[in-house]
Design a protein. Sequence first.
Length: 281
Amino acid sequence: MATRSHANKDLFGTSKATPSTIRVGIGGWTFEPWRKNFYPEGLVQRRELEYASRHVTAIEINGTFYGAQKPATYKKWAGETPEHFMFSLKAPRYVMASKSLGDAGRGVEGFVFGGLAEMGDRLGPILWQVPPTRRFDADDIARFMDLLPPELEGRPLRHVLETRHESFMCEAYIALARKHRVATVFTDSPEYPSYADITGDFVDARLMRSRSGQKHGYPAAELNVWAKRAREWADGGDPADLPHVAAPLPNGKPREVFIYFISAAKEHNPAAAMALIDRLG
């Protein structure tokens, strides 16, 4: 794990964002119930990102799924967050809805080169969410992966696919993603395909089982297990207790880990993220 530095302080207290290989966060920062159990009373909405980014270490932006933003907006978001904080961005749905993903090059380039560079070192994984109606087509997915730019203005890019059709749960897909070094989301959900095979240089997990009856979204024992898995991922391991299509990988090099508490009992997701961050130290 990377050496930690002293966190930045501001009017919201101590920032959680530090040089770590593990980042934990939530989906978005604008959600009305959070104004009752996460944000301080009276905090103006325009400062919610500033506050959230000092209590979690990453945020997944869902708004880009509905349309790319202006470069000035990406720059503004980055400027409101502390050093070492990162965003994940969901790629626009119109790209992933293309009749052929292998022919979506114009959309891919338009999004990636349309202003993301303004985020600088705050830019984390780019999430390409495959619609649940799209079955695995090896040739089409291989062509799509070839379209993903490896870097942006000299910075390596992190690409991750979230697959939502069970046909992707096959060794042919795992081998293809590993060949292209494209990560695959581990979606811990009862509704979507859930497999934790590591296919890229980092791990991206979307945890979707928070419960309304739990103060922190998850029972303490489950958060302890997720902390253990996060450390194992970061140390180069591949937790064998999680579902896999192929055999778990042998221990390898340390890697970055991004964990997001998404959907389910969304009102408790900030509490779940902060509780996991506390367990990770």
